[in-house]
Design a protein around this ligand. Structure first.
Ligand code: ARG
Length: 581
């Protein structure tokens, strides 16, 4: 479905090159939404300066060469030289009809598919997922879904923290509790926070335990089979737990997507070797370091990326470098998107810089840190429990579902629901509310976690959008036909019909932008504007009681395209849409 803005941009560029020569074929036509028409081309103003002519004359000259027959019904030059463009009703209707008849709503699959790693969620083994992981999980999943839909080859990658020194004490603590405690699902093991803290306390207070733990780390890194087996027991307990959260959230990650830090263990030494061979890694203060250009400390001294510590151990950065190398050399990735908290920004900038020095990243292989902002409590500080602890994700979601139940029972329903159906819907509403609220703010911005605001059927919320979709479905049920039985033809007479159709035509361009910048909030905002335009349409244009059959058929078709745009858009955000509400 061509976005009107893109269609007109191309036409204005044609006019520019016809009027002023082929060198203007790529000039930005500066197309903007306008108060006075659908769109405005403002290129005449900057161009006039360049050409030393009056902007109005330049605008007239462009219009003289502008071929927009069939797309635009009215062209006006106004003010100092704005070109106002009013799209033709028939063109809009025709494009909406095309969307209706196309399984992809007229959104073409990309002509330049890329192999993209979307790395997201990445919780730590033997630790509870907290609200920080909520965002990396939800936002990452939406990015993966959007790129998938656009036709890219998406590799979902859950870079779990499953390696490193803490595993010595965790394994020893497991042995102390008895391995069968894990098999039984005993809470001393399955309550990950308590398990981790108990191990930590012993490590800090018991010299003998600390000694055993340190020896255990060495055995783990040396690949001792019995130690690896025990390590696996811990990993499995955590995986089960991650999957329960992913199931609750409706996230597309599976065990097959896990490539934890441990996966890269054998690749660390060769990665370091390559960096040494290329002269990038040098010894400094006993540690092996790389100094990427442009990174300096307070005194202007070059900042190191430590690649091998002075005790010979590798670290977080080494693993990330080995990961990039693997993705490039073995997976042949074109683009890597790291959906990780904003505080790790400097780490990624420096790691990417070293990877560019090594030639792993270059103009053809791109890495983006899709930064994630903090989630705040209503007091404006990082969200914590009343006792000051980290908020557990699962508890947060349970509370959301419970509140959704209360709000759901307060609104009007077309029909009564049995308990099981009600429970399913309320689950979708509670989880959908949290997800939509998270996705509707720019991912690098902080936001306040406020369940009351999220779970409202009014405003820019998940429940409002779910309800909008359910209402359209209910029209079809009352009309006695399925949404895909609406065939149009779409004609536009009422301004609210036209405004809705125009809004629907923007879907493809929004997806393209959201995928390009890895910013799902663009899609979240768009879906809301569609529902908004639909509400105005619904208030002004009776559908089942339309004045005549042709109008009814057209309006039902508009309802069908709206419904599919809403459900597809929300699905790509990972927000479920219940059939009935
Ligand atoms: N496990 C880390 C955490 O929970 C996030 C890992 C991010 N990814 C990476 N490639 N470093 O903070």
């Amino acid at each position: 479905m061509p976005d009107p803005q893109l269609v007109l941009a191309a036409r204005v560029q044609d006019a520019l090159s016809a009027a002023f020569g082929p060198s203007y074929a790529d000039a930005d036509p500066v197309i903007r939404p306008s108060q006075f028409a659908d769109l405005q081309a403002n290129v005449a103003l900057p161009l006039a300066k360049k050409l030393g002519r009056k902007p109005r004359d330049v605008a007239d000259e462009i219009v003289k060469h502008l071929d927009v027959a069939g797309v635009v019904s009215d062209v006006q030059v106004s003010g100092p030289g704005f070109i106002n463009l009013t799209l033709s009703d028939a063109w809009i209707a025709g494009e909406a009809q095309r969307a209706l008849e196309d399984a992809r709503l007229g959104v073409p699959a990309t002509g330049a598919p890329q192999k993209v790693v979307v790395e997201y969620s990445s919780p730590n083994v033997a630790k509870e997922m907290h609200v920080g992981h909520l965002r990396t999980t939800i936002v990452g999943d939406a990015i993966a879904r959007i790129l998938d839909f656009l036709g890219h080859d998406v590799v979902r990658d859950n870079h779990v923290g499953d390696w490193g020194t803490p595993f010595g004490m965790l394994i020893e603590h497991l042995l102390d509790l008895g391995e069968d405690a894990a098999a039984r699902g005993d809470s001393s093991v399955s309550d990950l926070t308590a398990f981790y803290q108990a191990a930590r306390t012993k490590f800090d207070g018991d010299e003998g335990f600390a000694d055993r733990s340190r020896r255990r780390v060495v055995a783990l890194q040396a690949g001792d089979p019995e130690t690896l087996r025990l390590w696996n027991v811990l990993v499995d307990v955590s995986k089960k737990y991650f999957n329960s959260v992913y199931g609750l959230l409706g996230v597309t990650l599976t065990d097959d997507d896990i490539k934890g830090e441990s996966f890269y263990n054998d690749l660390l030494a060769p990665t370091v070797q390559e960096l040494e061979d290329k002269g990038i890694a040098v010894i400094s203060d006993g540690a092996l370091c790389a100094f990427p250009p442009g990174f300096t400390g307070r005194e202007g001294e070059p900042l190191p990326v430590i690649i091998r510590k002075s005790d010979g151990g590798y670290n977080y950065s080494t693993t990330d470098l080995a990961t990039i190398r693997y993705r490039v050399d073995t997976q042949h990735i074109d683009r890597m998107i790291y959906v990780v908290g904003a505080p790790q920004s400097l780490h990624f900038q420096m790691v990417f810089a070293v990877a560019r020095m090594a030639g792993w990243l270059n103009d053809d292989v791109r890495a983006d840190h899709a930064q994630i902002g903090n989630v705040l409590g209503t007091d404006g500080k990082i969200l914590r429990t009343r006792a000051g602890g980290t908020v557990k994700l699962a508890e947060l979601l349970e509370e959301a579902v419970e509140r959704a139940g209360t709000v759901f029972d307060e609104i009007q329903h077309d029909e009564p629901f049995d308990d099981a159906t009600r429970a399913e819907i309320v689950q979708d509403v509670g989880v959908g509310a949290v997800k939509y609220a998270d996705l509707s703010v720019a991912r690098d911005s902080e936001y306040v976690f406020d369940l009351d605001r999220m779970i409202s059927f009014n405003g820019k919320t998940g429940p409002y959008l779910q309800y909008a979709a359910a209402r359209i479905r209910s029209i079809f049920r009352k009309g006695g036909l399925a949404p895909d039985e609406a065939t149009g033809p779409i004609t536009l007479t009422d301004p609210a019909e036209r405004a809705l159709a125009l809004q629907l035509l923007g879907f493809g361009a929004v997806l393209e932008q959201a995928g390009e910048t890895a910013e799902p909030h663009k899609l979240a905002t768009y879906v809301y504007s569609v529902a908004d335009a639909y509400t105005t349409f619904y208030e002004n244009c009776p559908v089942l009681k339309a004045p005549d059959e042709a109008t009814k058929a057209s309006r039902l078709a508009l309802c069908a395209v709206t419904l599919r745009t809403l459900t597809t858009g929300l699905h790509l955000l990972g927000v479920p849409t219940p059939e009935r509400m």
